[in-house]
Design a protein around this ligand. Sequence first.
Ligand code: SAM
Length: 197
Amino acid sequence: FAGIRGNAALLAQKFIGEILHEGCVAVDATAGNGYDTLFLAGAVGDSGKVFAFDIQRGALDATAGRLKQAGREKNVVLVNAGHEEMGRYITHPVDGFMFNLGYLPGGDHNKTTRPDTTIKALHTALNLLKPGGRVSIVVYTAHQGAEDESDAVDQLAKNLDPGVFGVLRITFANRSSSAPFLIFIERVNEENESLAP
Ligand code: SAM
């Protein structure tokens, strides 16, 4: 876990990247400037598929530009819709989901993710997740409305059935309480593991 000092997004990539390989299906639930989308596109390769959602056209344009520059646009579907609608676009099981909540860096700070839609999207994601699949959530706590959202995500994470999901909550122990935190979720793969007492 090199480079963890301040970079929650990088930690999330490491968690998700570990289980992705050529041919996998992955979802970037918050495309933003496209860094995670590009990462996922590289991880699933030419025979894989990535769906990336954002409510802002400008974010998807930035993501499209980043993918094109890297020659990775072929296997990515960019969806200009809220992630709470993802069930309308994705019907097959998914290997990995990345949620990087909050607002677009450098963009309108009012166009932020919200508790009700975030929770709806997370439920859909957990239903679509393959055994052994993973979900990463980077949760911000400092902006307007962030507390309601971080509380809602915490509640969802706490209440997941431990027989079905492994759940980690990661905080930066030596940073301020307004630093982001991470929730990492893995769906148990019954074939390879049994739950320890
Ligand atoms: N993962 C991005 C990257 O690598 O650049 C950063 C994401 S940024 C922190 C959060 C993004 O979520 C913003 O671009 C915002 O427009 C988007 N967003 C807000 N509400 C959303 C929703 N309901 N569905 C999908 N995206 C949403």
